[in-house]
Design a protein around this ligand. Structure first.
Ligand code: ZN
Ligand code: ZN
Length: 258
């Protein structure tokens, strides 16, 4: 079977607080450039027949409305931090129109996080109208959602294991600051990578901009888009002009075909 071509849409490219950040009047948060408006980080992956999102952010409802996603087949989670799971309740609309549970894919750690944060979804006596999900555990092996092949990549967010995902020749990695050599092999032949780059200063659990640039160079991936960006990084326009060839900042609404 030949690989279907995929459309990737960046639903959000901001760090956990989003950009602008509530109450902040810095030059980034007050910028009028639309590329300085960053919802929480997530992507939409679509073939002709199938649509999935990676993570359901606190902005999930608006992201689905903005991109006019009328049909969604699955949610794939990277890790259980709130900025990546908070929007899960809003899959109810898809339950309602499809009349079936949403397929959800997560590793064991995230599955436990979901059971804790959304306990009512998993309760035995279910209140009518709450989300319906079918939870699939990711064990590290590649899997299919419809005709979309999903290859998990194990990365680390300080000590927390986080999943990145490869779709065709595109790899999406958010919330990481370490990748083991074995896992790098799964990524290194990608044509395009989206990688988290929080800010210029070092951070305990995120790659900063120079670490992200060094990593994509080491992996010899020709094109990279940095995401999960803080207002502390600087204005999109300014930072773009400082980046090496092939390295760019992602922005909300950016689409790629892979
Ligand atoms: Zn995050
Ligand atoms: Zn700010």
């Amino acid at each position: 079977m030949s690989k279907p071509s995929l459309k990737i849409t960046f639903l959000g490219t901001g760090t956990s607080s989003g950009v602008p950040m509530i109450g902040c009047h810095c030059e980034v948060c007050t910028s009028t450039d639309t590329r300085d408006k960053r919802l929480r980080s997530s992507i939409l992956v679509q073939s002709k027949t199938t649509s999935l999102v990676v993570d359901t952010t606190p902005d999930f409802r608006y992201q689905m409305l903005r991109e006019k996603v009328d049909k969604l087949d699955a949610v794939i989670f990277t890790h259980p931090h709130k900025d990546h799971i908070a929007g899960l309740d809003d899959i109810r609309a898809y339950n309602f129109f499809s009349d079936k549970p949403m397929e959800v894919y997560a590793n064991e750690l995230t599955a436990n996080g979901l059971k804790h944060e959304f306990f009512y979804i998993f309760s035995e006596h279910r209140y009518p109208g709450i989300p319906r999900i079918n939870l699939n555990i990711i064990n590290g092996s590649p899997f299919f959602v419809g005709d979309i092949r999903v290859e998990p990549v194990q990365v680390y967010h300080l000590r927390m294991p986080v999943l990145g995902f490869r779709f065709n020749d595109f790899t999406y990695i958010t919330d990481a600051n370490r990748i083991d050599e074995e896992e790098m092999k799964k990524i290194s032949s990608s044509e395009i990578i989206a990688l988290n780059a929080l800010r210029k200063e070092p951070h305990i659990s995120h790659y900063n901009l120079s670490q992200a640039i060094d990593l994509v160079k080491r992996l010899s991936i020709p094109v990279s888009y940095f995401t999960h960006i803080s207002h502390q990084l600087g204005k999109h326009h300014t930072i773009e002009s400082e980046l090496p060839v092939g390295r760019q900042l992602a922005w909300d609404g950016l689409t790629l075909h892979v």
